[in-house]
Design a protein around this ligand. Sequence first.
Ligand SMILES: [Zn+2]
Length: 84
Amino acid sequence: MAKKKFNCECPRCRGTMSCGRDTRVFETVWGNCHECGFEYHTTASLLSLEEINRIRKKAKKEPLLKRREPQISWTSRFTGKGSS
Ligand SMILES: [Zn+2]
């Protein structure tokens, strides 16, 4: 699907929102209302090793000693933006 922009209805005031969705790299969505200012967007960050291991424990997986390194394609795409 890649990048797509469309109008949608605001859940807060039922006004018109500009909304978007992008499936390149990973699924992201965003929207902003032309009437009341309600807005949302996907955020992304990295979990700490402790947080990853808490999730792994719930999933009955062995704890990690270190986080997996990113793929080359990820590193080249985000180099310099702090998303290691
Ligand atoms: Zn609104």
